[in-house]
Design a protein around this ligand. Structure first.
Ligand code: FAE
Length: 534
């Protein structure tokens, strides 16, 4: 993999002199258009930590405003095929590329028909991190493009009447008139062709989901996605290699998904002002005479640290995701590096109420052996029962007679990140039992459907005789909540020039899948910051 990519050239605003000191060989490479990670002792006007949704929006809009931006990304740049000729591994066959620094896979669905699914893999800086805290495993994308590399592409704008609970300090008019449309356009969000959806084998599972929802009188809604539907139609007709139709999602998608690499980051690259250092982990941001010293470790693909670097940045944008940003800021406040951060740092974290379950259908009600990995639909029982259930695929390649759902629920519990000085790590106070309100909310949908259909829950997907996937979240939110730990546009209290741009700003629940809201909020905040601060 190419993990010393330098995107962009001619760095206006970059202190050329400080960059060249001690880095002449690297400057030579960069000047030739070659490959070089950020140099030790470099100085940059704007440094963005993380290349997911918040980081990509910040990088693009800063660059468009004429600011040179350096993005530091923990994961790899996923741009080079592996030995099988593909960049990403398939969901059904995880390999070394699939997990972040694990020697055994930790698949969200751990079991099937009584058999455990996990297997040993070589330790590698793979694409999906299952980050374990005491009470929950938080799944996150690792690599240039962040969560967009691994997610299901479901691009959902919350219903407007719910927005006040999602982001209480933000004016809904500006979001629904300006920033949600801007985010949807920037992400390339579109709807599946309903006529094609009705007839294609690969959405039989979703049509079965609709039938069961409607027979129990639940609202069934189509959900937009960032997948290229024309490509999927060609997959279905056999004209192009299968991608969503080959189960490519959790460990990356080789063709049709419009990840951030194809959207925001491609536009950022085209400005010529954005460079990215993959396989670099930011460990500290410390005040340095009106600017900030950013310390980072460069990793190899085994996760070993190969270099430690310190660079100076005039402005730092934290976009390491809800967990990454919260952990960094919690540590920096507790260890006295950024003591003026306020007492809200680390607070207000939620799991977006995620809980999974499967239902066993009758033998005359097959869901199909060909299932598109990109979900298109959901059951909306938010108002009556506090649950929005995504009708999710089980792309196993065989008929399972199972309907599978990821529910987003109204769960009131909020956890806190704290610094554990003895262990030298950040802990999260989430407790497994806090998933009960989510299970109760999901049951408002599935108990009723099971009663109506005469069906039962699957008990084989998350362990022996375990109905609920209540050990995980795909949607970490909060920890550095907007208008509490920051001002109402993501400026951290206590320090000029430090900003937060990612899902950590959203206080724990988005009522739907979160990346459109994260993107729209980042668009709103960076516009205000560019206008007022630069
Ligand atoms: P994120 O995209 O996580 O980006 C943060 C980046 O920072 C990552 O690339 C990290 O590697 C990097 N980073 C972390 N720590 C450091 C550090 N110390 N130094 C340098 N870099 C660092 O954050 N959401 C939807 O709306 N629809 C879906 O269909 C959907 N499906 C999902 C499926 C899965 C399996 C998963 C895991 C998530 C899914 N999500 C979905 C959630 C969505 O991907 C997530 O909310 C966003 O990616 C969060 O965006 P952020 O910008 O906050």
């Amino acid at each position: 993999m190419n993990n010393d990519v330098m995107w962009g050239k001619g760095s206006r605003g970059f202190s050329r002199r400080s960059f060249m000191v001690g880095t002449s060989s690297i400057v030579g490479l960069a000047a030739l258009g070659g490959r070089a990670a950020i140099a030790d002792a470099a100085r940059v006007p704007a440094l963005v930590i993380g290349s997911g949704y918040g980081g990509s929006v910040a990088a693009l809009r800063l660059a468009e405003a004429g600011v040179d931006v350096h993005v530091v990304e923990l994961g790899m740049s996923w741009d080079t095929p592996g030995p099988d000729g593909k960049i990403f591994a398939n969901t059904t066959k995880p390999d070394y590329r699939s997990f972040w620094l694990r020697t055994r896979t930790k698949q969200p669905l751990s079991n099937f028909l009584g058999f455990p699914l996990d297997k040993d893999v070589p330790r590698y800086t793979g694409i999906l991190d299952a980050e374990d805290f005491a009470g929950i495993s938080v799944y996150q994308g690792r690599g240039v493009g962040g969560g967009s590399l691994v997610n299901g592409g479901m691009a959902v704008t919350p219903r407007r009447q719910h927005f006040g609970a999602v982001l209480p300090s933000v004016n809904p008019d500006e979001m629904y008139d300006v920033y949600y449309p801007r985010a949807n356009a920037g992400l390339g969000v579109t709807n599946v062709d309903p006529a094609w959806w009705e007839g294609t084998d690969c959405y039989q599972y979703a049509r079965v989901g609709r039938k069961h929802a409607q027979r129990s009188a639940f609202p069934f809604v189509f959900v937009p996605n960032v997948y290229d539907w024309e490509y999927m139609k060609q997959e279905a007709s056999g004209a192009v290699p299968h991608s969503a139709l080959a189960g490519e999602v959790l460990y990356g998608n080789n063709h049709g998904k419009k990840t951030l690499v194809k959207t925001y980051l491609a536009r950022a690259k085209a400005t010529g002002r954005v460079t990215i250092s993959p396989l670099h982990r930011v460990t500290s941001v410390a005040p340095a005479g009106g600017a900030y010293t950013v310390t980072m470790e460069q990793l190899d693909t085994t996760g070993a640290v190969t270099a430690t670097k310190s660079v100076t940045a005039d402005r730092v944008f934290f976009a390491a995701g809800s967990v990454g940003t919260s952990k960094l800021l919690t540590k920096l406040k507790a260890t006295g590096v950024l003591p003026n951060l306020n007492g809200e740092i680390g607070k207000g974290w939620g799991d977006n109420g995620n809980v999974m379950c499967g239902r066993a259908n009758h033998l005359w009600d097959p869901t199909g052996k060909l299932q598109s990995a990109m979900p298109t639909a959901g059951i909306d029982n938010w108002d009556a029962g506090g649950a929005f259930a995504e009708v999710a695929p089980l792309p196993t390649g065989i008929e399972t007679w199972a309907s599978f759902y990821l529910s987003i629920t109204r769960n009131p519990h909020r956890a806190e990140f704290t610094w554990n000085a003895g262990a030298g790590r950040v802990d999260l106070s989430w407790q497994t039992a806090w998933k009960q309100p989510s299970i109760d909310a999901a049951k408002t949908i599935f108990d009723k459907i099971n009663a109506k259909e005469g069906t039962i829950y699957r008990t084989d997907l998350f362990g022996a005789y375990k109905i609920w996937g209540d050990h995980l979240t795909y949607h970490p939110l909060g920890g550095v909540v907007l208008n509490k730990a920051t001002d109402n546009h993501g400026r951290l209290h206590g320090y000029r020039g430090l900003y937060v741009m990612d899902g950590s700003l959203i206080p724990g629940n988005a009522s739907v899948n979160p990346f459109v809201t994260i993107t729209a909020l980042a668009e709103r905040n960076i516009e205000a910051i560019v206008t007022a601060d630069l």
